[in-house]
Unconditional design. Structure first.
Length: 198
């Protein structure tokens, strides 16, 4: 059994994500994480004072490793950046079981000053003020988290149709032929159009 002080934070975070993938967020416990690592639960407290702190670190790991499109490219429009950034965030959240719930539960992270200023500058170069740039980014992030929450918690099979919902069922059946990517992109494009400066 590893000594608590020899256990690295990165190993604990990796174990947390592995247990999350196996069990889901509701069944994720410090006991299960410790068991996965082959240590006793108190060993985790040498690195993380609480389960909340460990979940914060796990959320940061998901975003740092998988949400790779955080900064505008040279000459990129703010619209194109927001769309690329949103798809990157969605990819990160979908890569982990209950990823959207994990990120939503841990709350907003401290902003990365350089990346935040690069985003603001991208918007400003195209006539959008700093406050509007930040509000647009927040709106898109919330849209992404909401979409992935729904996608990750949707039942495997839809409920059976009722006789009085025949017309609605036909419309729903048409929508069901669309991929989650298409559904996400349609909403994202509508949201970004709505963020155009007035």
């Amino acid at each position: 059994m590893p000594h608590p002080r020899q256990l690295e934070r990165s190993a604990i975070v990796a174990a947390t994500l592995a247990v999350l993938d196996e069990r889901g967020l509701d069944a994720l416990s410090l006991h299960a994480i410790a068991k996965h690592l082959g240590v006793r639960q108190p060993a985790l407290y040498h690195h993380f004072p609480s389960k909340a702190a460990l979940l914060d670190a796990a959320a940061a790991e998901v975003l740092d490793r998988r949400h790779t499109e955080r900064v505008p490219r040279d000459g990129e429009t703010w619209r194109d950046f927001l769309a690329r950034n949103a798809r990157s965030l969605r990819t990160a959240l979908l890569a982990v079981r209950d990823g959207a719930r994990l990120i939503a539960a841990t709350g907003p992270r401290a902003p990365e000053p350089a990346a935040t200023l690069a985003r603001i500058d991208c918007f400003a170069a195209q006539g959008v003020g700093p406050a509007d740039a930040i509000l647009a980014s927040i709106a898109v992030s919330r849209y992404v988290i909401g979409c992935v929450l729904e996608e990750q918690s949707a039942p495997a099979t839809p409920p059976p149709p009722t006789p009085e919902s025949t017309r609605l069922h036909a419309i729903t059946a048409t929508l069901a032929t669309l991929t989650p990517d298409r559904e996400f992109d349609t909403g994202l494009e509508a949201l970004i159009r709505g963020l155009e400066p007035r």
